[in-house]
Design a protein around this ligand. Structure first.
Ligand code: AHM
Ligand code: MG
Length: 331
């Protein structure tokens, strides 16, 4: 039997890739791993504990006041990162602004996260996920600043996601490839199950909210028409983490384009698009807003949105060709 490699062992082994590493990033990744194990436990018992809900707090069957799951996940991540001592500030998709961490104001990393992505799927037992991005601060010591969070995606030191699906998986990169770990609930450990993930270069699956077809720009509609003509497979979970995870493993394209009612698309650059783009690129895939690499987009606000097309190079290249051709006609 092959020896199991746990996430914590792997993180420590990989620390050697960075000759001047002090162990702070490793500690941070392990703390995020711990938070996601607790979130996984809560997600798995959501139906039983009656803690999934639409809004605000509510009482469970025992009359205890419980939090809705995305608030619970947010609080869990915040408290794990506050106790970690390795990060000086956090920004969460759930909150309006960033929060400096008083206990470790001089730490060198900031963390951005979407604690529970795919909120419309929480109550219906469909895969949801956590997404995180880690940057080295650019401000001097003391309380972190907004600019520490508004860095280009190329500056990410590490990024990852956890998908709470038929099993719970944590996938992350520190810029040296992508590795995936499956949670073995019997021992409570993430175990290396998908070493060195590479995205298939030729995909045949497309994922988009096709109901919005008539709200997309013409080149996007042409690309979708071509996918249908070529009898590509259509899959759409409606949880970005789950759709991107499938795209990473099976190949294809995940898209959330601009629409007439949402001209910047729906998905958030800092909490969703940058970390998942870092992973997809590290797995030799591509990620663009149609004309520019996602990881090079300038961030001007924490909750900035961007259209996104990511996945296997053949399909991302093809949608770009349609967009480029339409832009040339307009010039
Ligand atoms: P959320 O952060 O509120 O859950 O919204 C993001 C989610 C993504 O996971 C998913 O790709 C997208 O919204 C689905 O949106 P739509 O229902 O418009 O297709
Ligand atoms: Mg989200």
């Amino acid at each position: 039997m092959n020896r199991i490699i746990t996430l914590d062992e792997f993180i420590i082994q990989r620390q050697k890739d960075f000759p001047f590493a002090t162990g702070e990033l490793s500690g941070l990744l392990r703390d995020i791993g711990l938070a996601s194990k607790i979130i996984s436990r809560e997600v798995n018992k959501a139906g039983l504990a009656d803690i999934a809900g639409q809004a605000g707090t509510q009482e469970n069957a025992s009359g205890e006041v419980v939090q809705k799951l995305d608030v619970l996940a947010d609080n869990l991540l915040i408290s794990c990162l506050q106790n970690s001592g390795e990060c000086c500030g956090i920004a969460s998709e759930e909150n309006d602004t960033y929060v400096p961490i008083e206990k470790s104001l001089n730490a060198k990393y900031v963390v951005l996260f979407d604690p529970l992505d795919g909120s419309s799927n929480i109550d219906v037992n469909v895969s949801i996920g956590t997404i995180f991005a880690i940057y080295r601060r650019i401000s001097d010591d003391g309380a972190c600043q907004l600019n520490d969070f508004l860095q280009d995606g190329v500056e990410q030191v590490a990024a990852g996601y956890v998908v709470y699906g038929s099993s719970t998986m944590l996938v992350y990169t520190t810029g040296k490839g992508v590795n995936g770990f499956t949670l073995d609930p019997s021992i409570g450990e993430f175990c290396l199950s998908h070493p060195n993930i590479r995205i298939p270069q030729e995909g045949k699956v497309y994922a988009v909210n096709q109901c919005a077809y008539h709200k997309f720009d013409a080149p996007i509609r042409e690309f979708i028409d071509e996918c249908m003509d070529k009898e590509c497979t259509f899959r759409y979970v409606g949880s970005m983490v789950a759709d991107v995870h499938r795209t990473l493993i099976k190949g294809g394209i995940f898209m959330y384009p601009a629409t007439t009612t949402a001209p910047k698309g729906k998905l958030r650059l800092l909490y969703e698009c940058n970390p998942l783009s870092f992973i997809v690129e590290q797995a030799s895939g591509r990620s663009t807003n149609g004309t520019q690499r996602i990881l090079e987009l300038e961030a001007t606000e924490l909750h900035q949105r961007t259209p996104i097309f990511m996945g296997s190079p053949n399909m991302v290249n093809r949608v770009e060709e349609f967009i480029l051709a339409a832009n040339k006609v307009m010039v």
